[in-house]
Design a protein around this ligand. Sequence first.
Ligand code: 9MR
Ligand code: 9MR
Length: 583
Amino acid sequence: MRHNFFILVFILLYNGNGYTQVKTPAVHFNQVGFYPAVPKIAVVTGMPEKAPFYVLEAGTGDTVYRGQLSDTMQSAYSSAFTRLADFSPVKKHGRYALFVPGVGQSYAFRIAPGVHHQTGIDALKMFYYMRVSMALEAKYAGKWARPAGHPDTAVLIHPSAATPQRPAGTVVASPGGWYDAGDYNKYIVNSGITMGTLLSAYEDFAAYYDKLRIGIPESEDRLPDLLNEILVNLRWMLTMQDPHDGGVYHKCTNADFDGMVMPGVTTLPRYMVQKSTPAALDFAAVMAQAGRVFRQFEKQLPGLADSCIHAAIAAWQWAQKNPATPYNQNAINQQFEPKITTGAYGDWTFTDEWFWAASELTATTGADQYVDTIVSRWQDRIGVPTWNSVHLMGYYTLLRHQSALQKKSRIDFAAVRTRLLQFADGLIANGGDRAYATIMGQSRNDFVWGSSSVAMNQSIVLINAWLLTRQPKYAYAALSNLDYVLGRNATGYSFITGVGSKTPMHPHHRPSVADGIPEPVPGMLVGGPNPGQQDRCEGYPSRMPAESFLDHDCSYASNEIAINWNAPLVYVVNALEAILGNE
Ligand code: 9MR
Ligand code: 9MR
């Protein structure tokens, strides 16, 4: 036994030319690969000597490129010292590995056009795996096939949501949609940014998505698969509106989180909880945008666009009558039973939701009545979008539809454009973490719960700047953050399950924990480093912001998955395929 072990180590270490064959985790880079004509950077961590590095062709082991590692840099938010290996000149299609003397050989990677096409498919297909009330068939889900989850055909009106027409205990149907995350609840606010991002992906890159088929039950029909998948959650969202007043329930939820079991096993009651202003406004924005997008598919889906637009207007009107109703779960729990302890998505600042909803309603209906809100709010602080900060979503839409909206002369489109470009330029000028050459890592605040989605939403800002200017620097900056989530980060993980060489195996995702299959459901972007460590799990390697990641299913604060994290991943990967895929 021992003897064989040493022979094995020898074989692993020695391949005849003196190069070690051990795959070293000290070379951090995009583990999928690179388009031929784009910047290509790997990060060597530890305290490497200033030395040459080599790009080797897989198979032959031939050296195709020799470069010099950069000077040492200290990472701002991790403990690492790094040197960069820039091998941008290598453009020939193929499979390669990096070799750094004294450090070792990297995982293999590819250089090819369309190198991220499959990742774009995997990212979108994640939403199929998140479908709630539908069985996943082996034909589409492979080994992750499973029975249908929560039917949600008999959801109870929670006392917090009671009205004369729908008193507490009234039974309503709210089937379908996607699970929010590692948990099994459905939240309108988080569906807001998720759906807005996916609908924007379609609006910005329609020609690309019109050809993209991802292997879902609807793939044979006459709609693009992105829209097929969007429809799943759109139809659920429509059930969240109270037809009597236009208000929108904040969430459809258990009282307490389910255990770590498969969908469909639990039979705990489900509730519609209190309506909220942000839920109404996010809903209005999504429905207005969906109405605009599905208007082009009137033949396939007669009447859907009108239904969406009516729903959007009714929700907006409810919000006007109820402009100051947050979802305050603690306050609700002091008043009502059963107490609700699932995700709160509580938000106390609605100015950005007003602005986003007004922008979508204006772009879709052409009506003047929403313009006041746009004019009074557009100069509000802008930030990288997240579930409770959607101001820029309005910018994206106003600029996308600028020419159709020219008659709205009270909107200063030139100024909106300038402000968006200044914000994008700021992301580039700040430079993010220079030691990793990413836009990600601008500040320690980038490493929050769901930090991977911060990186992806930064990239969406940059891609919008590209859409406005067609300047390659914006696409390359956006790409640097895709490199980040695919491995050029302080953890050395690709944060997408099943994509790359070193990927999370134990995400906080109930089906992946409970299904008995070693590999987690693929295509899921995990939350990523988060020094908050709110899950209090043991085993985090570090408290440094960029390293505070734990591949354990205990770690919902760094290793959960969520629809609002995958949506910007879908946007970014497929946008970069559309922009750079043929370069
Ligand atoms: O699974 C839940 C996850 O979706 C949430 O993000 C997280 C924080 O609200 O909570 C998880 O559920 C845990 C609960 O909070 C405490 N008991 C253990 C649950 C599963 O780890
Ligand atoms: O993404 C949310 C994050 O911004 C919050 O800090 C965190 C705690 O409130 O909740 C996250 O959202 C979770 C939601 O509450 C329940 N489903 C899982 C979500 C992702 O962890």
